[in-house]
Design a protein around this ligand. Structure first.
Ligand SMILES: Nc1ncnc2c1ncn2[C@@H]1O[C@H](COP(=O)(O)OP(=O)(O)OP(=O)(O)O)[C@@H](O)[C@H]1O
Length: 630
């Protein structure tokens, strides 16, 4: 049940500040090369094989000019060519096969890196504390799994491994040059060293710019996600053009950052070429002078120049690799930012088990629970810095001094086993928050919540959530079929059980509506169902998992008489033999509850039956009068 509830919590309660821009958060996170290594070492065998192939390929290619030279000499001297041509053909074919195979292996490994980053990212993302979803934008998170992970592929497919393979040629050329003429080598190293310094200096800027570019893509995805998920509201408000303009602005932001990356890499790409040309001119000039002065022979100078070309080629590859690795590091920074966050159970004690609960203890007990929603650190520090008026407008969950504002204060009440307890109170009193604390979507700032006498903070979360069924307030249906929705918390349920449970919540009619039966799609967020049907489908889902305690956050939307009756019957079906906590927005649903807890401004102002509360709690009497129940 918990698995069902946790992820969909985000859609039920979109982040309060979710759509806004996060001030000062323009600097994307940056990753270091060290963080990339685990992704590469996962494939170290294939990569070693690829490097070996690239050395072999280089040797096959390098041998070709030597053989061509031989062929030409033999033709000039009219000597038979013999096996030479066949060896040459074989080498050309071999070099081609090696390069094709190497390309395939790199692409495949690149996909492997993307896959493992996505797996790690999604595994962590779906385990993050709910508060992280409150403060982050869904689209931005989605973009990390899509665009950012894809960017990692470039590390392998664009030069890094070629550069490593080329390192051998590079070192060989250096050694050869040192033997031929150390003085000329000194000059060459000076020129090439300068180009390396330039590239290394630029590489940091590429990484930063790529990180920002990926962040802009995240902003864009978030804007598109917001526009698509609220498309009905946007159309109805006549705001389509404004939304298009807003998304357009984000798209242009991503484009601008992309251009910036292109500008910096445009500086890097020609550096290797310039280094070659300059060192060629220097070697020719100074080398020519040294030949003239008799310091070296012409043959040595020619050999040195050939080595120079062999030296600069892999250097060009390495510079290309620096660009692609730094771009990937920009994306990796955003991936690692999420992977590095602690999961919701990182600090859990797990020192108790549900088996420790006592039969004589209440099903649930709140003991002096105080709770404040965590405030985004950025907002809290901004609130503390700026004038209180502005800060107040920033976010309503922070006190003017930046401290989080308590939503529940010193709340104590008990939920008896097998009975129906209702939570009532004005909007914003903290009713949904109370259920969220029982599910441990958040932990109290102080006080204790007990399940059968056991502190829920000591229980493994999956054990706790297996005891609870949770029906959220609005639209709690997931895209997919009726069956997908029902079996979310009970994957082994049979079709018969699914059908029975649909009948129990008066949804038999929905089942009969489509020839697809249980396979009938419910649409994105269940749009193909009415509000009342969605809520009853969620109740059916909870019922199928058969948890001993059911938490039901009744829909705020008003239901017509027939739907209300259907809902009441569904709740009665659920309540049988179960402990139930229901948040009631219509008192008529709860007047016959065994116990009613009245919340006001985060405090318990009364606990009792309907008639007791009418007699003793003015707020309840007021609510009842309003709803024509007294
Ligand atoms: N994720 C959140 N982050 C920050 N503040 C929140 C969050 N969810 C709720 N709040 C705040 O907590 C307070 C209590 O909200 P809650 O949803 O628990 O009230 P409620 O009694 O269920 O209201 P309603 O009857 O309207 O559903 C409100 O002031 C609300 O703004």
């Amino acid at each position: 049940m918990s698995d069902a509830a946790a992820p969909s919590q985000t859609s039920a309660r979109p982040a309060r500040r979710g759509f806004g821009r996060r001030p000062g958060a323009d600097e994307g996170p940056r990753a270091s090369f060290r963080q990339l290594l685990p992704y590469l070492t996962e494939h170290k065998r294939v990569l070693a094989w690829v490097i070996a192939l690239s050395v072999l390929g280089a040797a096959a290619s390098l041998a070709q000019p030597l053989l061509v030279n031989q062929v030409i000499t033999r033709v000039q001297h009219a000597t038979p060519l013999g096996w030479l041509v066949w060896v040459l053909v074989a080498l050309v074919v071999l070099a081609g096969i090696i390069s094709g195979y190497q390309h395939y292996l790199l692409q495949r490994t690149g996909e492997g890196v993307v896959l493992s980053s996505r797996r790690r990212l999604v595994a962590r993302m779906l385990n993050l504390p709910i508060a992280e979803f409150d403060r982050r934008r869904t689209g931005d998170l989605v973009s990390r799994v899509g665009a950012d992970s894809t960017a990692l592929r470039a590390v392998l497919t664009q030069g890094l491994i070629d550069a490593i393979g080329g390192a051998l040629t590079f070192i060989g050329a250096l050694v050869g040059m040192a033997i031929v003429d150390p003085v000329l080598l000194g000059l060459t190293v000076l020129v090439i060293g300068l180009s390396v310094v330039v590239v290394v200096l630029l590489s940091g800027r590429i990484r930063t710019a790529s990180g920002k570019a990926q962040k802009k893509v995240g902003d864009l995805t978030a804007a598109v996600e917001r526009a698509i998920s609220s498309v009905r509201t946007i159309r109805a408000a006549g705001a389509t053009q404004r939304e298009i303009a807003a998304v357009d602005e984000d798209a242009r932001g991503a484009w601008r950052m992309g251009i910036q990356v292109a500008r910096i890499s445009a500086l890097v790409v020609p550096v290797a070429g310039i280094a070659l040309q300059v060192s060629f001119l220097v070697v020719l000039g100074i080398g020519g002078y040294r030949v003239a002065s008799g310091a070296i022979s012409v043959a040595s100078l020619v050999t040195f120049i050939i080595f120079l070309f062999m030296l600069v080629m892999p250097l060009g590859n390495a510079f290309g690799a620096i660009t692609s690795v730094n771009s990937a590091l920009g994306a990796l920074g955003r991936i690692e930012e999420i992977i590095g966050l602690p999961g919701e159970d990182a600090h859990d004690a797990r020192s108790a088990s549900v088996a420790d609960s006592r039969a004589d203890a209440p099903a649930i007990a709140f003991e002096s629970v105080t709770f404040a929603y965590p405030v985004d650190p950025e907002v809290s520090s901004r609130a503390a810095r700026e004038s209180t008026d502005d800060a107040g407008a920033l976010v309503d969950s922070a006190e003017p001094n930046g401290d989080p504002r308590p939503v529940l204060r010193d709340v104590s009440f008990e939920v008896p086993r097998g009975k129906r307890t209702a939570l009532v109170g004005p909007s914003g009193a903290g009713k949904s928050t109370t259920l969220a604390l029982i599910e441990r979507f958040y932990d109290p700032s102080s006080g204790t919540i007990r399940l059968g006498g056991v502190d829920i903070a000591a229980l493994p979360r999956d054990e706790l959530r297996a005891q609870l069924g949770y029906v959220e307030q609005d639209a709690p249906a997931l895209a997919g079929s009726l069956r997908d929705n029902l079996t979310l918390g009970a994957p082994d349920a049979t079709d018969d059980e699914c059908r029975r449970v649909l009948e129990a919540v008066n949804l038999g009619e929905v089942l009969a509506r489509s020839p697809l039966g249980l396979d009938a799609p419910v649409g994105e967020e269940g749009v193909m169902l009415s509000g009342g049907e969605r809520q009853r489908l969620a109740i059916a889902r909870a019922l199928l998992a058969a948890p001993p305690i059911l938490l039901l956050d009744e829909s705020t939307s008003s239901l017509d008489g027939r739907n209300e009756q259907l809902m009441r019957e569904a709740i009665d079906a659920v309540a049988e033999h179960r402990t139930m906590i229901v948040i009631a927005h219509r008192l008529s649903t709860v007047v016959d509850s065994d116990q009613i807890v009245v919340l006001d401004h985060g405090e318990v102002v009364g606990v009792g039956t309907h008639s007791e509360l009418v007699a003793s709690v003015p707020l309840y009497r007021e609510l009842a009068k309003h709803q024509l129940l007294v």
